[in-house]
Write a protein that binds this ligand. Structure first.
Ligand code: DOR
Length: 387
């Protein structure tokens, strides 16, 4: 496959040209060259970017298929330009054993939609009090990321074990922190003592960012993520964990993105039914328009599209140890064609996700994913999943 007539953008480049793909891998990146003939996809002047890697999503299968299942969730991911997502472990049963994780991974693989990394729980059944940890050694063969996301992990014994194993086995410990700043401080202090690679989930507050900056300045292996909603919304009571914060916090997060202290743009795609939302369940369905929200906010704040590509593709791929995230020879050809100037209104009727829960219905955003390509195969094209 060849793709021509595109503006090629990733964390480090921005020029017109074309690319050549062979066996799912980028073979050549040709600046200022136009290719013609058979097997050439005309990008019509649109932007060709690396597809996105989501370090934080909820696919709800097994157990909560009425909210989302692997088929709808991984289709929604493709529509949003993601070819790789990390599915959190707060399913029913909780993903806390080699067998359960293996089974879910196989189900996802067979669908041939977006790729899924199954996040493993840290403690069995998310139990915090007893703090009985999972079999890290065995499960590490299946996944590079562990998290009790959705639930706080305050048990210091479990934290010590998880951090020690994270250092030994080289995995990411993704941390849901409640109360956010207090638990972030605790994790950072613990990582200073026991080592390990910690990643702080969905940060929303100025004070949390300050704690992270201090931790980073100590030289810890520490990364963090934001979500679209925590930089697009504020002083809004729509239930989400952590809650949407104050404008002052949003401004601090924007500075953290500009300064390079925030590493990753994730989604925390958390589909729920209308009934569950009525009962106050926290979460936003957002994977299909996450890029558009990010692009709108980044552009509005004078932050480059290269920085956005770094945060949505290059950095998460690097943290997870994946051979993707930039457009360079030898990398997997995981790509999106995006129309950066196209404005549209968020409309839940168009969602492939079962979750229609969002406070941003009707909001105007800019930048639309037109096509998603996974390892050289077109998987999504202008509203349609290609199978
Ligand atoms: O808003 C949220 N929803 N935050 C979380 O941490 C969990 C998630 C969910 O699973 O619904």
């Amino acid at each position: 496959m060849k793709i021509s007539n595109v503006r090629i953008i990733d964390a480090n480049k921005d020029f017109k040209g074309s690319i050549v793909i062979e066996e799912g891998i980028v073979k050549e990146v040709l600046e200022n060259q136009v290719l013609e003939g058979e097997g050439v996809l005309d990008g019509k002047g649109m932007c060709l970017m690396p597809s996105f890697v989501d370090m934080h999503a909820h696919m709800r299968e097994p157990g909560f298929e009425y909210k989302e299942n692997l088929e709808t969730g991984l289709s929604a991911a493709l529509r949003g330009g993601f070819t790789q997502i990390c599915a959190m472990a707060n399913t029913n049963p909780v993903m806390d054993s080699f067998e359960k994780i293996k089974k879910n991974l196989e189900k996802a693989r067979k669908l041939e939609l977006a790729d899924m990394i199954q996040v493993s729980a840290v403690t069995r059944d998310f139990e915090d009090e007893s703090g009985k940890t999972v079999d890290f050694e065995r499960i590490r063969e299946l996944t590079p990321i562990f998290s009790n996301d959705g639930k706080n992990m305050a048990n210091m014994k479990a934290m010590e074990e998880a951090l020690t194993k994270s250092a030994q086995l080289d995995f990411v410990l993704s941390c849901h922190c409640e109360p956010e700043t207090e638990m972030t401080d605790k994790y950072i202090e613990a990582a200073g003592r026991w080592g390990g690679n910690i990643h702080i989930c969905h940060i929303s507050k100025k004070e949390t960012l300050e704690a992270i900056i201090k931790g980073k300045n100590k030289g810890l292996s520490l990364t963090c993520e934001v979500t679209p909603h925590h930089i697009f919304g504020w002083e809004n009571p729509y239930p989400v964990a952590p809650p949407l914060a104050a404008k002052e916090d949003v401004d601090a997060l924007i500075m953290g993105i500009k300064d390079g202290y925030i590493d990753v743009c994730a989604t925390d795609h958390a589909p729920h039914t209308a009934e569950d939302k009525k009962n106050g369940m926290p979460g936003i369905s957002n994977i299909e328009y996450a890029f558009s929200v990010y692009h709108t906010v980044f552009e509005g704040n004078g932050i480059s599209i290269n920085r956005l590509s770094e945060m949505m593709s290059e950095k998460p791929a690097k943290i997870l140890g994946l051979n993707t995230g930039t457009i360079d020879p030898g990398k997997e050809a995981n790509l999106v064609l995006a129309d950066l100037d196209r404005e549209y209104v968020i409309d839940t009727n168009e969602f492939l996700s079962k979750g229609k829960n969002t406070p941003f219905e009707g909001c105007k955003v800019k930048g639309k994913i037109e096509m998603t390509i996974k390892r050289g195969v077109v998987k999504y094209d202008n509203g349609q999943i290609i199978r």
